[in-house]
Design a protein around this ligand. Structure first.
Ligand SMILES: [Zn+2]
Length: 293
C-alpha cells in the first residue's frame, strides 16, 4: 500500500481532481508499471468517462500497445490497487485508447519522489483547539491525550500533503491539486478559446503547419492535430458529395497537401479529390461491412 498516494486520493473530493491525480500517479510510475521500453514511447495523458488515453510517439507504438492492451490493463489495475483507487466510489478505468502525438514532458521518477517529500509544520492554535474539542467526550485523560496525539499527527500529515499538492488556478484562484495551472473549468474554457482561434486560422489558411500556426496562436501540437483532424473530417464529408463546390475541392487539397495556394494546379486538385474520394468510399464500405457483422 502506498500511503501518501492513497491519502492524497482520499483527500481529493472531486471526480475530476481524482482523475487528474490518477493520471499523474500513472505517469510518475509508468516506468515501473510497463517497463523501460514502453515507457520510453508512451505516456498516459488523461482519463475521460472511464477511458484512459495513452499518448505514443508513433502509430507503430499505438498498434503495439493495442495488441498488449489486456496485459497493460492488468498492470495498471495492480498499480492502482496499491493506492486503493479501485475500491468503492473511486475512479475506475474501463478501457484504454492509444493515439500518437508528441510526447512532450516525461516526468522522471526522481522528480516525482522529490515532489512527494512531505514537510510537517506545527498546527496553529485554532487547529489544536479544534482537535481538543473533538476529544472532549473522552473522560480518561490518558486516552484523551493519546487520541489528541493521533488526531494531531493526522492533521499535520493532511496539511503537509495539501502543501505539496495544492496550487491555485492561475485564472480564478481556486485551489487545485496536481501539476496543473488551471482548474478544470478554466482549463476547459481556455481550451475552447484556443480551439476556436486555431480552427479559425486553419480554416482561413489550411496549408499552415503546426510550427507556422504557432505564430498566430499558442496551441500545442496535440491540440493542433485534433483540430486539423476535425476540420479534415468535415472537408472529406463535403467532397464526398458529387455536387460539392470548387471551393470545397481547393480547400481540401490545400489542407491535405499542406501547400500554399500559389502551387495549386488543376491536376493536383483533381488528383487529390479523386484519391480522397476513393479512401472515403473504401473506409465507408468497410464500416458498412463491419456493421453487418
Ligand atoms: Zn480556475
Amino acid at each position: 500500500m502506498r500511503l501518501i498516494e492513497a491519502t492524497i486520493l482520499k483527500i481529493i473530493k472531486s471526480k475530476a481532481g481524482k482523475e487528474k491525480f490518477i493520471v499523474y500517479y500513472l505517469r510518475s510510475n509508468w516506468f515501473d508499471i510497463c517497463g523501460a521500453n514502453i515507457a520510453k514511447h508512451s505516456k498516459p495523458t488523461r482519463i475521460d468517462r472511464g477511458i484512459l488515453f495513452v499518448n505514443t510517439d508513433s502509430s507503430a507504438w499505438s498498434h503495439n500497445l493495442l495488441m498488449m492492451k489486456a496485459q497493460l490493463m492488468g498492470k495498471i489495475k495492480n498499480s492502482l490497487g496499491e493506492i486503493g483507487s479501485l475500491k468503492g466510489q473511486d475512479i475506475s478505468i474501463k478501457d484504454i485508447m492509444f493515439f500518437n502525438g508528441l510526447i512532450t514532458k516525461n516526468i522522471s521518477t526522481e522528480e516525482s519522489k522529490e515532489e512527494t517529500k512531505l514537510v510537517f509544520k506545527p498546527l496553529t492554535e485554532e487547529e489544536q483547539k479544534e482537535i481538543y474539542n473533538k476529544t472532549a467526550k473522552l473522560t480518561n485523560p490518558e486516552i484523551r491525550a493519546a487520541f489528541d496525539r493521533i488526531l494531531n499527527d493526522d492533521k499535520k500529515r493532511k496539511k503537509a500533503v495539501l502543501d505539496v499538492w495544492n496550487r491555485q488556478c492561475k485564472k480564478c484562484g481556486v485551489p487545485i491539486i496536481g501539476e496543473y495551472y488551471y482548474c478544470p473549468a478554466c482549463e476547459r474554457e481556455r481550451k475552447d478559446a484556443l480551439w476556436a482561434k486555431a480552427a479559425e486560422i486553419i480554416n482561413s489558411a489550411p496549408w499552415l503547419s503546426h510550427e507556422e500556426c504557432l505564430n498566430y496562436v499558442n496551441c500545442d501540437k496535440m491540440l493542433f492535430s485534433e483540430i486539423k483532424a476535425n476540420i479534415k473530417n468535415k472537408a472529406y464529408q463535403k467532397i464526398a458529395q458529387e455536387e460539392c463546390t470548387a471551393e470545397d475541392k481547393v480547400f481540401v487539397t490545400l489542407l491535405e497537401l499542406g501547400i500554399v495556394p500559389e502551387k495549386l494546379t488543376d491536376e493536383l486538385i483533381e488528383e487529390t479529390v479523386e484519391r480522397l474520394r476513393r479512401n472515403i468510399y473504401v473506409s465507408s464500405s468497410r464500416s458498412r461491412l463491419r456493421n453487418k457483422e
